[in-house]
Ligand binder design. Structure first.
Ligand code: CP
Ligand code: NVA
Length: 305
């Protein structure tokens, strides 16, 4: 039987994601009550990270430990991946030894190649094109703070990057609208939103994008791997900072989200990320709970799903 992978938010049905998020909220409550839940005892997770991480790495490792499983952190430098062992061979070997493989990769194509040769579920922990685990936590956070996201309006301000792509997938899965305001030339990839066009409005005007928004979201202007473009990007993104004046144009009870790490004074003003509309710390914490639910979903026996 082919394993279920989680490479984009579209790999699960809307119904499965909703069930998974309900489970995440339950696991969070159990954790808060100090109730132990060892549903993945005896399971092993390998983590291959080609890029830095604070939240994703810690939340996956801690989550697996809380569920009674074990994890191995594998930096490509310490494996043969960096010495030219093919991705396909690495996938074949690792997937005969572990139960799930979590990968943060420079290129989305690498994760797809890995998954195509893996006997066990592969999870995308961020690539150049998407960050689906982040969206599980983000939608969980919206659900906890404001309820169902269906029919709401999100505003993405800044770079049309990997996290923006996953927000587009979420708009499709949860039937909400996303207004995306980017500088010219920094739009999300057209092929990514082709299937979700009805849920997406593109513009180059942050003020227009936040009108009637229930959520305002941004992310760094220079993602990992784009450090060499930083100076050029700082110029291009001038006028795209989410500040109090911009938040005032959104709905009164709008919340502010950011996947973190954040750069105050660049994509977001300190007064917004540290202000009352910001939910970024809950969003970060929910990475743990949502990914525990994801691991359970991918590793539980079919009868338990
Ligand atoms: N948001 C997020 O994925 O953070 P890390 O890069 O710290 O994992
Ligand atoms: N867009 C950012 C997200 C970091 C979690 C990056 O790819 O670096």
């Amino acid at each position: 039987m082919k394993p279920r992978h989680f490479l984009t938010l579209m790999d699960l049905s809307a119904k499965e994601i909703k069930r998974l998020l309900a489970r995440a909220i339950k696991l969070k409550a159990m954790q808060r009550r100090g109730k132990k839940h060892m549903s993945l005892a005896g399971k092993t997770m390998a983590m291959i990270f080609e890029k830095s991480s604070t939240r994703t790495r810690v939340s996956f490792q801690v989550g697996m430990a809380q569920l009674g499983g074990t994890s191995l952190f594998l930096s490509p430098r310490d494996t043969h991946l960096d010495r030219g062992e093919p991705v396909e061979d690495t996938a074949r070997v690792l997937s005969r030894m572990v139960d799930v493989i979590v990968i943060r990769a420079n290129s989305h194509a690498m994760v797809e190649r890995f998954a195509a040769h893996s006997r066990v579920p592969v999870v995308n922990a961020l690539t150049d094109l998407s960050h689906p685990c982040q969206l599980l936590a983000d939608i969980q956070t919206y659900l906890e703070k404001r309820g169902d996201i269906t029919g709401k309006t999100a505003a993405w301000i800044g770079d049309g990057n990997n996290v923006c792509h996953s927000w587009i997938d979420a708009a499709h899965q949860f039937s909400f609208h996303i207004n995306i305001a980017t500088p010219n030339g920094y739009e999300p990839k057209a092929e990514w939103y082709a299937a979700c066009r009805d849920h997406v409005t593109l513009s180059h005007d942050p003020k227009q994008a936040v009108q009637k928004a229930d959520i305002v979201i941004t992310d760094t202007w220079a993602s990992m791997g784009q450090e060499h473009e930083k100076a050029e990007r700082m110029k291009a993104f001038s006028g795209f900072m989410v500040d109090t004046a911009l938040m005032k144009l959104a709905r009164k009870n709008a919340i502010f989200m950011h996947c973190l790490p954040a750069y105050r004074g660049m994509e977001v003003a300190a007064e917004v990320i540290d202000g009352p509309q910001s939910v970024v710390w809950d969003e970060a914490e929910n990475r743990l709970h949502a990914q525990k639910a994801l691991l359970e979903f991918l590793l539980a026996s079919p009868s338990k799903k």
